[in-house]
Design a protein around this ligand. Structure first.
Ligand SMILES: NC(=O)C1=CN([C@@H]2O[C@H](COP(=O)(O)OP(=O)(O)OC[C@H]3O[C@@H](n4cnc5c(N)ncnc54)[C@H](OP(=O)(O)O)[C@@H]3O)[C@@H](O)[C@H]2O)C=CC1
Ligand SMILES: O=C(O)CCC(=O)C(=O)O
Length: 420
C-alpha cells in the first residue's frame, strides 16, 4: 500500500509474499493478512528549552486484532516513518503468533533523535505521544512497550500520562516500565538474554563449544550490550567486535566488554573507546567470527555483504536486519550459516512484556527465576518448532518461523469467521 511506501515495509511485504507462496494462500487472503488494520499518525508539538515550539511526527500501527490486544514497542529515532512502523508492526504479528502470545502485532514511533532533547523535552514529547494515543490504546486494546531509543523512564511517563487521564494507576497499559511502578524483574535484560539462550541452542545443534567461539555484535544499546555481556561472561566467548551508531571496534584477542559497557555509560557512546582498534562499520560485519549479532537497525545484511559473511551463526537480534535480496543469498548458504531469524531471535523481549502485562492484570508478581524459566521454556518450544519444520520441509529457518506465525494468525481469523 502506498501510504506505507518505505524500504522496511517493502521488506515485510516481500517476506510475506515468499511465505504466502510457500503456504499457497489465495490472493484475497494475502491482502487481508498483510495490510495493517489501523494506522494512526499524530503531530506532537512541544516547547523546547529555548522557548520555541517544535512539532514532531508520531505513529502507531496496529496490524491485526484477531487474537487479543495488539502489542509492540515505541521507537524514537530520526529514521522513523509510517512505513517503517507498519513493517515493525507486521513482524510483531508473526513474532507473537510464533511464540504463542495472545496478541496481534503493533508498533509505534516518533521521528526524532532523542539524543538532541533535554530530559524535560523528552518527557514532554513522551507525554504528548501518549496523550495523543489515549483514544486508540488500552490494556485490552493495544499495549505499548519499549523499542529503539525508548527506555524504562519513557515507559513510566507513558504509564503516568495514561493513568492520570483515567484517574487511577493503570500499569498494564505499558510494559518495560520500572519495577517500582509495576514493571517486572527481567524485562530490561529479556531480549538480550533470549538472544544468548538461542545462540546457545544453535551452538548445541551445530555441536560447537561456546568457549572456543568468537562473536561480533553490532549495536550496543539495550539488546546489543546485554547480548555481548552474556556471550562473553556467561558463555565464555571471545567478543572480537562491537559497534554503535558512532563507532565500530575490532580486537582479534577479544574486547573487554565490561570496560566497553562502563565507557559507553560514562560517555553516552562507544566513540573514543581505546581498548580496541577502530574499524569501518561495514567491514566489521564481514570479519570472521562464529556468531554475528546485528542488534541495531534494519537492512544491514544486504545483497552486497551476504555473500561475504564469515560467521557460522547469524543471530538476528534487531528487527529486519536482513533484506530479502540478502535472504536469497543466505538461502543458498543455509548449510554454511545457521540463521536465527529475527522474529524468533529477539522474541525474549515481548515474551517478558507479556509476563509483565499478565502480572499487572492479576496484580500478582513472580520472581526472576520464575520469569526466566517461563521465558526459556517458550523460546525452547519456538526454537524446536522452527528447526523441526525447517528440517522436515527442507526450508530455511526464516520461512519456517514466519510460516508458523502466519498459519496461526490465519487459523484465528478463520475461526472467527473473518473470511467468507
Ligand atoms: N528493546 C527491546 O526489548 C527490543 C528491541 N528489538 C530490536 O533490537 C534492536 C535494537 O534495539 P535496542 O537495543 O532496544 O535499542 P537501543 O536504542 O537501546 O540501542 C540501539 C543501539 O544501536 C546503535 N545503532 C543505531 N544505529 C546504528 C548503526 N547504523 N550501526 C550500528 N549501531 C547502530 C545505537 O547506537 P547509539 O547509542 O550510538 O545511537 C545503540 O547502541 C532494534 O532493531 C529493535 O527493534 C527487538 C525486540 C525487543
Ligand atoms: O515488549 C514489547 O512490547 C516491545 C517488543 C518489541 O517491540 C519487539 O519485539 O520488537
Amino acid at each position: 500500500m502506498d501510504i506505507y511506501a518505505d524500504p522496511a515495509y517493502a521488506m515485510a511485504t516481500e517476506q510475506f509474499r515468499v511465505i504466502a507462496d510457500y503456504l499457497n494462500l489465495d490472493a484475497n487472503i494475502r491482502e487481508r493478512m498483510l495490510h495493517p488494520k489501523r494506522a494512526i499518525a499524530v503531530t506532537l508539538p512541544i516547547h523546547r528549552d529555548d522557548g520555541t515550539l517544535q512539532t514532531y511526527q508520531g505513529y502507531r500501527v496496529q496490524h491485526h486484532l484477531a487474537m487479543g490486544p495488539t502489542k509492540g514497542g515505541v521507537r524514537f529515532h530520526p529514521g522513523v516513518s509510517l512505513g517503517e512502523v507498519a513493517a515493525l508492526a507486521t513482524w510483531m504479528s508473526w513474532k507473537c503468533a510464533l511464540t504463542g502470545l495472545p496478541y496481534g502485532g503493533a508498533k509505534g514511533g516518533v521521528t526524532v533523535n532523542p539524543r538532541e532533547l533535554s530530559t524535560r523535552e523528552l518527557e514532554s514529547l513522551s507525554r504528548r505521544y501518549m496523550q495523543e494515543m489515549i483514544p486508540f490504546v488500552g490494556p485490552h486494546t493495544d499495549v505499548i512497550g519499549p523499542d529503539m531509543g525508548t527506555n524504562e523512564q519513557v515507559m513510566a511517563w507513558f504509564m503516568d500520562t495514561y493513568s492520570v487521564y483515567k484517574g487511577y494507576a493503570v500499569p498494564e497499559i505499558v510494559t518495560g516500565k520500572p519495577v517500582s511502578i509495576g514493571g517486572t524483574t527481567g524485562r530490561r535484560e529479556a531480549t538480550g538474554r533470549g538472544v544468548v539462550y538461542l545462540v546457545e541452542r544453535a551452538l548445541n545443534v551445530l555441536k560447537m563449544h561456546a568457549e572456543k567461539c568468537t562473536a561480533i555484535v553490532q549495536g550496543f544499546g539495550n539488546v546489543g550490550a546485554v547480548t555481548a555481556l552474556g556471550l562473553a561472561y556467561k558463555d565464555g566467548m571471545k567478543v572480537t567486535g562491537i559497534s554503535d551508531a558512532f563507532a565500530a571496534f575490532y580486537r582479534a584477542d577479544g574486547i573487554d566488554v565490561h570496560a566497553a559497557e562502563k565507557y559507553a555509560n560514562e560517555h553516552g557512546s562507544l566513540a573514543g573507546f581505546t581498548e580496541a582498534d577502530t574499524i569501518d562499520p561495514d567491514e566489521l560485519l564481514i570479519q570472521p567470527c562464529d556468531v554475528l549479532v546485528p542488534a541495531a537497525v534494519e537492512g544491514v545484511i544486504t545483497e552486497k555483504n551476504a555473500g561475504q559473511l564469515r560467521c557460522r551463526i547469524l543471530a538476528e537480534a534487531a528487527n529486519g536486519p536482513t533484506t530479502p535480496a540478502a535472504d536469497r543469498i543466505l538461502f543458498e548458504r543455509w548449510n554454511e550459516i545457521f540463521v536465527i531469524p529475527d522474529i524468533l531471535c529477539n522474541a525474549g523481549g515481548v515474551i517478558v512484556s507479556y509476563f509483565e502485562w499478565v502480572q499487572g492484570l492479576q496484580q500478582f508478581f513472580w520472581n526472576e527465576s520464575e520469569i526466566m524459566d517461563k521465558l526459556f521454556r517458550i523460546l525452547e518450544q519456538a526454537f524446536t518448532a522452527v528447526t523441526k519444520r525447517s528440517r522436515e520441509a527442507k526450508i530455511p529457518h526464516r520461512v519456517a518461523a514466519m510460516a508458523i506465525g502466519v498459519e496461526r494468525v490465519l487459523a484465528a481469523k478463520r475461526a472467527r469467521g473473518l473470511f467468507p
